[in-house]
Write a protein that binds this ligand. Structure first.
Ligand SMILES: O=C(O)CCC(=O)C(=O)O
Length: 294
């Protein structure tokens, strides 16, 4: 199989689907809280995100990184044929479209592994009480984790351009909440996340195809906005960022020689309707409240 670029037509198709969500708004604020601090509530309502330093210890991240490597080696045994995506055991791995010249194996080129939140440590994390408490203040007592992706930003990889996650979620309510756990340091050089504080109060904008050569499948970009007030978020291994699914965010390119890694989950209120056809990368798992009893 050739290492072909994703063709323009499928990029345009994807962005057309994403743009069906354009114009939606999310006005819900966190008013009364049971668990969050006042600072966290203000940060959420005003900025659209909450940063929690040292949420887990570094050993937990190292163990997650090892468990991920194990999943990749099971999905892609040595000698596997070239493909852009690999699936097995419920997991889906996607290959980088702009692989590092240093990459020696297919595993070195994997950029995302989806649907791992029912497994081992990845599942342990979504049952963390401290995490669920904060989520309860934001989305209520009935919580599902519906999406997980381990993101490996390999040396030389493009960052993901400005986008709002809710554009990818054709759901009947909002917000959803992303939990972005740094399992390596995230720096200006290796491709940290960058946010536009307060942009969660805006409607979903038009997302155009990412036209950079070698950009990954699914990357789309908001171009009709001033991003001069962007803030890069530098995280240490074990720090956790929670952010609103309407928050505009992107990540920088990885200009370093090492991988940047993060485990990213998305949470929604139990009972959220996902439309006629659910995304193959979603898997709805109840983590708190009434869904656990059905
Ligand atoms: O981790 C990254 O580089 C980008 C992640 C992101 O933008 C997302 O998960 O929506």
């Amino acid at each position: 199989m050739d290492r072909k670029e994703i063709d323009e037509e499928s990029k345009q198709d994807f962005s057309n689907r994403v743009n069906l969500q354009a114009g939606r708004t999310s006005e819900r604020e966190v008013v009364s809280t049971k668990f969050m601090t006042e600072d966290q509530r203000n940060s959420w309502n005003e900025g659209g995100y909450i940063l929690i330093p040292n949420f887990v210890d570094e050993n937990f991240c190292d163990d997650m990184n090892l468990e991920l490597a194990e999943i990749i080696s099971q999905l892609i045994p040595e000698g596997s044929a070239f493909s852009h995506a690999y699936a097995g055991d419920g997991h889906i791995a996607i290959r980088e479209m702009k692989p590092s010249p240093e990459a020696k194996t297919i595993a070195d080129e994997i950029s995302k592994v989806f649907r791992i939140h029912s497994r081992g440590l990845f599942n342990e994390f979504i049952n963390n009480e401290g995490l669920l408490n904060i989520l309860e203040d934001i989305i209520g007592p009935d919580i599902d984790c519906f999406l997980s992706q381990f993101i490996l930003k390999n040396p030389g990889a493009w960052g993901q351009p400005w986008h709002q996650d809710s554009s990818y979620f054709p759901f009947d309510r909002e917000p959803q909440v992303a939990a972005w756990l740094a399992t390596s340091e995230a720096t200006l050089e290796n491709g940290c996340l960058v946010v536009l504080p307060g942009s969660h109060k805006e409607s979903l904008h038009e997302h155009l195809p990412d036209d950079r050569e070698g950009s990954n499948y699914g990357y789309t970009e908001i171009k009709d906005h001033d991003f001069s007030k962007e803030i890069p978020l530098l995280l240490n291994k074990g720090d956790l960022l929670l952010f609103h699914s309407f928050l505009m965010h992107k990540s920088y390119d990885n200009k370093s020689n090492a991988k940047r890694s993060a485990m990213v989950y998305h949470f929604a209120e139990t009972g959220t309707n996902f439309g006629e056809i659910d995304s193959p990368t979603n898997e709805w798992i109840s983590v708190r409240g009434k869904g656990l009893n059905v």
